[in-house]
Design a protein around this ligand. Sequence first.
Ligand code: SPD
Length: 426
Amino acid sequence: MSLALGNHILVEFMNCDPNIMNDVAQIEKDMVEAAQRADATVINSTFHHFSPWGVSGVVVIQESHLAIHTWPEYGYAAVDLFTCGDMNAWISFDFLKEAFKSQSYSAIEMKRGSVNLLERNDFDITTMRQKASEWRNPEFFTRNVWFTDKDEDQALSLRFTGEVFFDVQSPFQRVRIIESYKYGKMLALDDMVMTTIEDEFHYHEMISHPAMFTHGNAKNVLVIGGGDGGTVRELLKHDGVEKVTMVEIDGEVIKACKEHLPQIAAAFDHPKLDLKVDDGIAFLKQAQAESYDIIIVDGSDPVGPAEGLFSVEFYTNCYNALKKDGILVAQGESPKFNQKAFAELNHTLQSIFGTDNAPVSLFFVPTYPTGMWSFQYGIKGDKHPKRLEAAGIDAFVEAKGLRYYNEEVHRGSFATPNFVKTLLKK
Ligand code: SPD
């Protein structure tokens, strides 16, 4: 008979697969299974991913806990297997060793709560425990797996179900479709939230309709990026559009969204869409001058493949490819989360289009860090979104069932808070 209340195994898993060490969903699944294989009763699990590297998490079990902290860059996991009663934590150890593909490992086993040193109170905890577990369905436990989009100082975390529908390392980025509790399935690129089923309309309506209504007669539209398909879906709601050319660099993004986010990727088969899987930066270098009414840059953040979408050369090429009264709209980052990129992009646009011709539209995306996001404009002619003259917005909003954009929102989104004005001053 054991002379201690608990058994604690402190494990060093070394030379593990670094990709697994950075995969919060996989680790949560493995840790839960490690507990279940040793016949533990799982109460809940809490797991966080720390972008760009590292996972921490705990599985609370009726028999104590299993915990982990990973350093993917070292292929290392520090794991605690703390158990009590008859549970054999070495079964969990063996399972995790295989699951993490650990090439070398060590473990120290300690007894916790030496009975000789403790004084027992006089109530029958064993009977109480048995009674408490009679009503409990061991199949149900609460999972807390958190996806975190962050910089050094702030973050946005979404709790997700642990389900991974798509996970591919493309030549450009890691493309994932996972499922959050609050916002449904979502597309993540390299640990950054791109879009979710529940709030995608904020972004996709606001990237398309303000420019379309400001222009009033756009027939030929170019979209750079936008691989999830939400932007072209919105543009093609306008009957006057004759052609939308979309140039997305990463075919895996299109594939993932077609398979798993069909509500967003709803217009890829539209007859007016010319879809190219190609480098948008190179495409614009050789684009014909004065050929597009509207150019939309629906890119990701200025790291990885989207970095070139924030350069002077790229926006000069956009300017040249726009017709005389053309309008450019670019994913403009956040004045709160990514202030530097936000301000620098606007300064670039001011220098190419002119100081008064680089307005900023602010809107809300609950799943982006800080929630406050922007689209930034380059106005080549006189059609200016702050001087909206369009008629028929209400009827369009009604007919198409828009959920974010309307005339008031259009006008309001171009109002500039004072701190933003300061950021935009050159
Ligand atoms: N941090 C998120 C930046 C937005 C990137 N674009 C999202 C694509 C939606 N079509």
